[in-house]
Design a protein around this ligand. Structure first.
Ligand code: PEP
Ligand code: MG
Length: 572
């Protein structure tokens, strides 16, 4: 029977394919099932633990062959699966009447509690590793495929949630689309899906329950539609949309390689958000005129130890080379909240998004910060220093002036220590906390640029968790108050000779990007695949039209009215 749901469109594109269910990391929706005879349940458990360990050793081997230091993580995970104490605890629970899955979850939970309570930061951080191993074992017991042992046929990956690292591991050629039950379009998994060019829908309620028996799915990552076992009429509509999306992509082939500018020649840098090496070639091919946001923390994720200064410098140099001669803005580590890093663990925070993350964390871990700045300064020096290579460093989650003063001082200290002249290095601040937006006049004299991070700015402005599908509609970029704030930031920057970019995901919505330009933003950084459409829209309007469109949006009574005003002004 055909069933349709609507989630939030997270990455554009239309896809049709069979569903492929991925077991959740958090174990939340695996049915613990009835308990069979204890001996049978125990033998299932032992086999599942052995299989998990075997898979993890094989994974470690594969990673080692690819010369990754991360191999150790998976060996440590395998050791958890082989831990005799854990097995004995689960066996005892089975003897007391529990099913193998329930006993596994309870045994892992008990170990987790012990680790989480540890005063050793290292041990406390291992709690998350245990979750991952537990998910693997329960998935084996439940007969659900976990990880990415994928079918040959491109499939629609269906999951309760995906972590950023899971999303990054997805082999692009086997995945037609991603649909998750939770999450919002600004979650990092959604951002990665956009970067990988995989259509995605997030926040599709009841997805797992409904998809369990489905044979075919059709997904539109722009509208958020998800059709399970679509009937002939729906399938025809979706196939038609798929064809027109491909035609549009081909149509923009030339436009995406032209410099970003308005119809009357005002230059607007259209640059890419980059998260890993894999994004570099694609970004240049997609028409990126540089990188407006290099999310450096992805180099640190899924590792047991901090990358060395040399390793970091090599990576930063690679990014600079990929965009040779164009501006590249590196963001210093934005660890914490939705981007945890195993070796920088902190005691559990009741509300991590409001806790120690971004620049706050860097300033509390001076050696980590120093090492990163050293690597950045070295990469800058090696690229020609004050020469034509333009490079920026920006600090995430700034909420007050002192943080910028301290961070800048550290850049100067490290540069002096390295003997690198950083006079030509641009220093910027991300505007993603309301207090920073409101302090723009005070911050502007301290920086060369502001980069507005709308993903977090909207989250904090509207008190709407960016990971929570239920409140995603509250955090609307078209709310006139947001436009007011952007205008204020631009005014403060302009008065101090600084420039303003936007690197949140909203820049990739052509009408919204155009409104930002109308407000005075001159750099839009986005997932590379969106650059063509934004360049195309900008090239069709003169600056005066964009200014008028932005003003109409700003004076609209609501987000919906603002969106309509933009559409009317821009014919989009
Ligand atoms: C933002 O918050 O808008 C941003 C670009 O940073 P991130 O999405 O990485 O938090
Ligand atoms: Mg952010």
């Amino acid at each position: 029977m055909s069933v349709s749901l609507v989630g939030a469109g997270a990455a554009p594109g239309v896809a049709v394919g069979p569903p492929f269910l991925v077991a959740p990391v958090a174990n939340a929706v695996i049915d613990t099932g009835p308990a069979g005879p204890p001996e049978a349940e125990k033998s299932r458990l032992h086999e599942a633990l052995a299989q998990a360990a075997e898979e993890l050793y094989a994974l470690a081997e594969r990673v080692r062959e690819a010369a990754g230091d991360e191999a150790e993580i998976f060996e440590a995970h395998a050791a958890f699966a082989e831990d005799p104490e854990l097995e004995a605890r689960a066996d005892a629970l089975i003897d007391a009447g529990q099913s193998a899955i329930a006993a596994t979850m309870a045994a892992f939970a008990a170990f987790r509690a012990l680790l989480a309570a540890s005063t050793s930061e290292y041990l406390a951080a291992r709690a998350a590793d245990l979750d991952d191993v537990c998910a693997r074992v329960t998935a084996i017991l439940a007969g659900v495929t976990r990880g990415f042992v994928l079918p040959d046929q491109p499939s629609v990956l269906v999951a309760r949630e995906l972590t950023p690292s899971q999303t990054a591991e997805i082999p692009r050629d086997r995945i037609a689309a991603i649909v998750t039950e939770t999450g919002s379009p600004t979650s990092h998994a959604a951002i990665l899906a956009r970067t990988l060019g995989i259509p995605a829908v997030v926040g599709a309620a009841n997805l797992l329950q409904l998809a369990a028996g489905a044979k075919l799915m059709a997904v539109d990552g722009r509208t958020g539609e998800v059709h399970l076992d679509p009937d002939a009429a729906v399938l025809a509509v979706m196939t038609e949309r798929q064809a027109s999306e491909s035609a549009r992509f081909a149509e923009l082939a030339d436009a995406r390689l032209l410099p970003g500018r308005t119809a009357d020649g005002v230059a607007v840098e259209l640059v890419a958000n980059v998260a890993s090496r894999d994004d570099l070639a694609g970004a240049v091919a997609a028409g990126a005129e540089g990188a407006g946001l290099v999310r450096t923390e992805l180099l640190f994720q899924d590792r047991r130890t901090e990358p060395t200064v040399a390793e970091q410098a090599a990576y930063y140099g690679e990014v600079l080379n990929a965009f040779a001669g164009r501006r590249v803005v590196f963001r210093t580590l934005d660890i914490g909240a939705d981007k945890p890093i195993p070796f920088v663990s902190r005691a559990a925070e009741p509300n991590p998004a409001l806790g120690v993350r971004g620049i706050r964390l860097s300033l509390r871990y001076p050696k980590l910060f120093e090492n990163q700045l050293r690597a950045l300064v070295q990469a800058y020096g090696a690229s020609g220093g004050a020469g034509p290579m333009r490079m920026g460093i920006m600090f995430p989650l700034v909420s007050r002036v002192e943080e910028v003063v301290a961070a800048r001082a550290e850049v100067a200290r490290v540069a002096a220590d390295e003997g690198v002249d950083v006079a030509g290095l641009e220093i910027g601040v991300m505007i993603e906390v309301p207090s920073a937006a409101l302090a723009a006049e005070r911050l502007a004299p301290l920086v060369d640029f502001f980069s507005i991070g709308t993903n977090d700015l909207l989250q904090y402005l509207f008190a709407a968790d960016r990971l929570e599908a239920e409140v995603a509609d509250l955090a609307d970029i078209c709310e006139p108050v947001v436009m007011d704030l952007v205008a204020r930031v631009v005014a403060a920057a302009t008065a101090n000779g600084a420039w303003v970019g936007v690197c949140g995901e909203t820049a990739s919505d052509p009408a919204v990007g155009a409104a930002f330009v109308g407000l005075g933003v001159r750099e839009l950084s986005m997932v590379a695949g969106a650059i063509g459409e934004v360049k195309d829209l900008l090239s069709r309007h003169g600056l005066a039209t964009l200014v008028a469109a932005a003003e109409a949006a700003r004076s609209a009574p609501s987000a919906a009215a603002a969106r309509a005003a933009l559409a009317a002004a821009l014919g989009s």
